[in-house]
Design a protein around this ligand. Structure first.
Ligand code: SF4
Ligand code: SF4
Length: 203
C-alpha cells in the first residue's frame, strides 16, 4: 500500500507519545545534558592511547611500531619514534612515540588502528561532546590529550578491557616465570614495572 511505511511510523510515534504518560519504557527521549543514557559496550568515537599506572608518559603501552599509522585508511595518524627506549609492561626496552597525533577532523572512527595494534595500546573512546571553535588545531589531538588510563578503558568498555587485561596479565606471568627459570643467565629484561592492567586472571 502506498504510504504504508509512513502510517506505521506515525502509529509508532503516537504509541510512544501517549504511552509515555503511563509507561517509562515509552519515554524515548531524555533531558540531555542533565540526563544521560549509559553508553553501550560497542559505542565508539575516536581512538585514545592506553597507559598503565599513574604516570601517563612512563605507562604508555604504545611502542611506536607505526602499524596503525600505515593501516589508517584516511592517514590521520602521525607518529615520530623516540631515539631512546623505555621498559614496556613486560620490562623489555622499547621505543615509544616521541610524537603521536591524530587529526580527528579526518578520523572516520573505523577502529582499524585498534584492530591492528599488536600491543593493545590504542582503543576507541566513547566521549562525544568534543565541539571546538578551533577547526584545525583544536581537532589535532596530541599525545598528552590522547593518553587515558587503563582504569578509564575499564570503565567505558568493561568486557573488552577485561579480555585485554587477561591477555596482558597472562603474558606478564609467563615472562616472569621465564625470567625466574633462567636466574644465572644474563637478564635480557629489566625489572618488571607495576601495571594497572586490572585484576589478575582467576584461572
Ligand atoms: S579509527 Fe580509523 S580513521 Fe580513525 S585513526 Fe583509527 S584507523 Fe584512522
Ligand atoms: S598504537 Fe599500537 S600500532 Fe600504533 S604505533 Fe602504538 S603500538 Fe604500534
Amino acid at each position: 500500500m502506498l504510504g504504508e511505511g509512513i502510517v506505521k511510523g506515525l502509529a509508532e510515534t503516537a504509541r510512544n507519545f501517549f504511552g509515555s504518560y503511563v509507561s517509562k519504557d515509552r519515554l524515548t527521549t531524555i533531558q540531555f545534558p542533565e540526563e544521560r543514557l549509559p553508553q553501550a559496550e560497542a559505542a565508539r568515537n575516536f581512538p585514545f592511547l592506553v597507559y598503565d599506572g599513574d604516570d601517563w608518559q612512563e605507562g604508555l603501552r604504545c611502542v611506536a611500531c607505526q602499524i596503525c599509522e600505515k593501516e589508517c585508511p584516511p592517514k590521520c595518524i602521525f607518529i615520530e619514534k623516540s631515539k631512546d627506549k623505555k621498559p614496556d609492561y613486560l620490562g623489555k626496552p622499547q621505543f615509544y612515540p616521541a610524537v603521536f597525533n591524530i587529526d580527528v577532523s579526518v578520523c572516520m572512527s573505523c577502529q582499524i588502528c585498534v584492530e591492528v595494534c599488536p600491543f593493545d595500546a590504542i582503543e576507541m573512546d566513547t566521549a562525544f561532546e568534543l565541539s571546538t571553535d578551533n577547526r584545525f588545531g583544536g581537532l589535532l589531538w596530541r599525545k598528552a590529550q590522547l593518553a587515558k588510563s587503563n582504569e578509564y578503558f575499564q570503565t567505558i568498555h568493561p568486557i573488552g578491557s577485561a579480555e585485554v587485561d587477561e591477555r596482558l596479565t597472562a603474558a606478564k606471568v609467563k615472562a616472569e616465570a621465564k625470567a625466574k627459570a633462567a636466574p644465572d643467565t644474563k637478564p635480557t629484561t629489566s625489572p618488571l614495572p607495576q601495571t594497572s592492567s586490572g585484576p589478575p586472571t582467576t584461572k
